[in-house]
Design a binder for this molecule. Structure first.
Ligand code: AMP
Length: 633
């Protein structure tokens, strides 16, 4: 047992010696076998590397300069013109791929809709013309508050087609959150569904829109996508009426740096901010990574379990897979409804080859047990990529064993990014060994490092700030209406973009993300990531999910309080709390021993599945939790 927990032996405890080679079948089939060379070139010659990638796309005017960079602001493919939808739609609709499925949409009740590239092109054009008829044009902001449907995706693409800036708000956020975003974006038009469907129930959305809009004068039209009889009044327009417009709509020519979308961050760290992504560099970067890191291309049926309300949905339900010409499956509702095996039934039925999901989903599947995946043929699955929060070693091992057939057919990999980044910056590529507890290495274009407060790299195993040392084309350009908030992130440590996360690096450059800076505890001068404590707890057979927070303590600075949800078949008791305390103490050393364990029926989470430790902490200390607008109700 460790006598004291220093940063160095924290990393040892995070299974530094545990390494699993990439399965042979995956390595053999991966399309990009020169990932490492790509990486090296992207660091030595970023402009040359990204220019070569950009040449694979259709531009209506070439760039005069690849990168313009003043240490804070960066512009890519300067002077070039395109429209992301030319590359997402026209290129396929005008080729032999036009009859290939772009999307397979599923409803919880088993409804299936298949849309080909040719059909999608025409539907997007119709709706784009419809939006134009409402006076929507280049630069106008459109808020999209839609359930996860084809119509939601069409709304996004139609905005992009005519140069309007879309801002999707997850259909499930409350009216205050929606109102804040409408106000911040000064939206001209709202596109909203009347209802969504989840866990067999109808979820009303329209009343939330009505309440959000109460007293707002500047919104000109509300386009309503009705799935139930809905009476339209005032400024409301029927979605289906806008689908009756002609099926040809030339793409608005956009500057590479023109805004494509605003996306408000999930709110797990204070006030939401409107992150701005652009047409050109975003398209090039996220498509490159989808093809080369996630190995997704025309041959794949790719299932992204996210929602269009989150950045993963933007990049890897909509824009990335379309630019890559893949077939994407997406499904409205809960991934475990109507039964805990439904996800695996779908994988078998559609021969899904790649999945993008979140650790919280893997932990849920682990809680249900391996009997569910074992009922189905999952041998089509080559890659399961996870992002959004720390992937606990225990959850990785379980998924690798039961979902990926212990490497006989597949591989579970971690990757790290943020709304601000648009796509991955750190990850374990399909050809690299996986080190559970570590996200992986910097991906092409990204120079991730762990530094001290002065920006100096810290030695392996020592905790520090996770920063990016060069810009890449798919990063945010600014924060809408708050340039200073964007600029600060490049100015705190000159030459570094501050991610807000705290991390450790091992000697080979594998990075462990410990959590947000505010999720790192300081117990008697020692850094302990909430993620580490939680991973330790989750590795106990009685624990399904756990959250750790720091409680101020006069002697130690902070002590650790843990909230624990038991796995089925285990009951909370004092004896179990004592056993868990001892378990963490054994795993991480005496310094990391929780001072209290509270059993809970569920943990408060953002809609995107991140545990809201800030909320738990505020509640614990009897103070206002601040903005919890993205919390799951
Ligand atoms: P969001 O912008 O809501 O997607 O949240 C981004 C944050 O999620 C990051 O700053 C990290 O704190 C966390 N995150 C994302 N991916 C990972 C990962 N693979 N491992 C650990 N944390 C992650």
């Amino acid at each position: 047992m460790a006598a004291a927990l220093t940063p160095t032996n924290i990393s040892n405890l995070l299974s530094v010696d545990e390494e699993y080679p990439a399965p042979k079948i995956v390595v053999d089939q991966v399309q990009n076998k020169h990932w490492k060379a790509d990486y090296e070139r992207s660091v030595k010659d970023p402009e040359g590397f990204w220019a070569d990638e950009a040449r694979k796309f259709t531009w209506t005017k070439p760039w005069t300069k690849v990168l313009d960079w003043d240490g804070v602001h960066h512009q890519w493919f300067v002077g070039a013109k395109t429209n992301i939808t030319i590359n997402a739609l026209d290129r396929h609709a005008n080729s032999e791929r036009k009859n290939r499925a772009a999307f397979i949409w599923l409803g919880e009740d088993g409804t299936e809709k298949i849309v080909t590239y040719g059909q999608l092109y025409r539907q997007v054009c119709r709706f784009a013309n419809g939006l134009k008829s409402l006076g929507v044009g280049k630069g106008d902001r459109v808020i999209i508050y839609m359930p996860l449907t084809m119509e939601g995706v069409i709304s996004m693409l139609a905005c992009a087609r005519i140069g309007a800036i879309h801002s999707v708000v997850y259909a499930g956020l409350g009216h205050t959150a929606l109102r804040d975003r409408i106000n911040d974006a000064q939206a001209k038009v709202i596109i909203a569904g009347d209802v969504g469907f989840r866990r067999g129930k109808t979820v009303p959305l329209k009343p939330i829109v009505d309440e959000a809009l109460d007293g707002i004068e500047f919104v000109e039209k509300v386009v309503v996508y009705s799935r139930q009889p809905t009476e339209l009044t005032g400024i409301e327009v029927d979605f289906n009426d806008l689908m009756k417009f002609p099926p040809e709509c030339p793409a608005e020519e956009m500057d590479a740096e023109d805004p494509l979308y605003l996306l408000y961050t999930s709110g797990s760290t204070g006030k939401p901010k409107g992150v701005l992504h652009v047409h050109g560099g975003y398209m090039v970067g996220i498509t490159y990574h989808l093809q080369s890191y996630f190995d997704v291309g025309e041959r794949d049926v790719f299932w992204c379990t996210s929602d269009i309300g989150w950045v993963v949905g933007h990049s890897y339900i909509v824009y990335g897979p379309l630019c890559a010409g893949a077939t994407t499956l997406f499904r409205e509702g809960a991934i475990d409804y109507p039964n805990p095996g439904i996800a695996w039934e779908i994988v078998e039925r559609y021969a899904v080859s790649k999945i993008f999901t979140a650790p919280t989903a893997l932990r849920m599947f682990m809680r249900f047990g391996e009997q569910y995946p074992q009922k189905y043929d999952l041998t089509s699955l080559r890659l399961i990529a996870c992002a959004g929060e720390p992937l606990n070693p225990e959850a990785w091992r379980w998924a690798q064993t039961y979902l990926a057939g212990d490497g006989k057919w597949g591989y579970v990999v971690d990757n790290w990014w943020q709304t601000e980044l648009g796509g991955p910056a750190i990850g374990t590529p399909a050809t690299y060994p996986m080190r559970p507890g570590k996200c992986g290495v910097s991906v092409p274009g990204s120079v991730a490092d762990v530094v001290d407060a002065d920006g100096k790299s810290v030695p392996p195993g020592v905790g520090g700030r996770l920063v990016l040392k060069q810009p890449f084309p798919y990063m945010l350009r600014t924060v809408w209406g708050d340039a200073a908030r964007y600029e600060r992130d490049w100015q705190v440590i000159p030459g570094c973009y501050i991610t807000g996360d705290v991390a450790l690096k091992d000697k080979d450059g594998y990075i462990t993300v410990l959590g947000r800076a505010d999720d790192v505890l300081n117990v008697a001068g020692h850094r302990i990531g909430t993620a580490e404590v939680e991973s330790a707890l989750v590795s106990h057979p009685a624990v399904a999910e756990a959250a750790a927070i720091g409680i101020p303590d006069q002697l130690k600075g902070e002590t650790i309080k843990c909230f624990v949800q038991c796995r089925a078949g285990h009951t909370p008791s004092e004896a179990l709390a004592a056993a868990l305390t001892e378990h963490v103490r054994r795993e991480l050393g005496p310094i990391a021993t929780p001072s209290a364990i509270e059993f809970v029926a569920g943990l408060p989470k953002t809609r995107s599945g991140k545990i809201l430790r800030r909320f738990l902490k505020a509640k614990e200390m009897g103070v206002d939790a601040g903005d919890v607008s993205t919390m799951e109700g």
